[in-house]
Design a protein around this ligand. Structure first.
Ligand code: 5RP
Length: 252
């Protein structure tokens, strides 16, 4: 899908069509400008964060960044970072991070997020919750009026034991919002998707606004069987949005 953006070279020259992936890359490169030598960095997961991790690897290789320690938010990002030679550690050794960079599935006007359509929400929430600064990188298609407003999934990580019971209880919680809860599966046989932590994901789909997000968050987390949900409330400190009019930076 292409999005029309003004050409950076001159206001009179013809506009260029950039793909969604090119916009993701623009946002990612902008975020990496926040990275300084010596930082402990949270490395996000997904197609947007992948560009940021690639760029950090490139700057390290060129010697433009030094003494970076990365904390990956998934096994996939761990593999990518290893392949790029980025030195890695974990939260046990580095409980406070300088900065994390990651994508998001939805961003509301208050910079609350939905994350986890890539399945890594638990580690993302642990790592990004431990950061002094959390920079979110998105293309403009991720902007919503309210969380759940895209009509796409709001993921919840649950334990596999009696998953149908937990999925039903999640659906019942949001009955008034027309919630449908579906186990995330993959492949022709519909095998359950298993997270890096050995858990399942139930995706919640809403027909209406779920109202107060803090109340919704607390209600989900009170259910036994739930490990974590994909609402990242009041966590992003900066959101970088690449889109039709160029790059916008929103700070909390
Ligand atoms: C993974 C995530 C991703 O950040 C989110 O799904 C956005 O992915 P992408 O950059 O590929 O659009 O939360 O768990």
């Amino acid at each position: 899908k292409g999005i029309l953006v003004p050409s950076p070279s001159s206001s009179s020259s013809p506009s260029v069509i950039l793909t969604q992936d090119e916009l993701k890359k623009i946002a990612a490169y902008k975020a990496v400008e926040y990275v300084e030598s010596g930082m402990v960095l949270g490395l996000g997961t997904g197609s947007t964060a992948k560009h940021a991790v690639d760029r950090i690897g490139e700057l390290l290789r060129q010697g433009k960044l030094k003494n970076i320690v990365g904390i990956p938010t998934s096994k996939k990002t761990h593999e990518q970072a290893v392949s790029l030679g980025i030195p890695l550690s974990d939260l046990d050794s580095h409980p406070v991070l300088d900065l994390a960079i990651d994508g998001a599935d939805e961003v509301d006007p208050y910079l609350n997020l939905v994350k986890g359509r890539g399945g890594s929400l638990l580690r993302e929430k642990m790592v990004e919750g431990a950061c002094k600064k959390f920079v979110v990188i998105v293309d403009e298609t991720k902007l919503v009026e309210y969380l759940g407003g895209s009509g796409l999934a709001m993921p919840v990580e649950i334990i596999p034991f009696c998953w149908k019971f937990t999925a039903q209880r999640l659906q019942d919680l949001f009955e008034d919002s027309g919630c449908v809860a579906k186990l995330r599966t993959f492949g022709e046989k519909g095998e359950p998707f298993v997270t890096d932590n050995g858990n399942y994901i139930v995706d919640l789909y809403f027909k209406k606004d779920i109202g107060d997000l803090k109340i919704a968050s607390d209600a989900i987390l009170r259910l036994a069987g739930v490990v974590e949900h994909g609402m990242f409330l009041d966590m992003a400190t900066t959101v970088i949005i690449a889109g039709e009019l160029g790059v916008a930076v929103k700070n909390k």
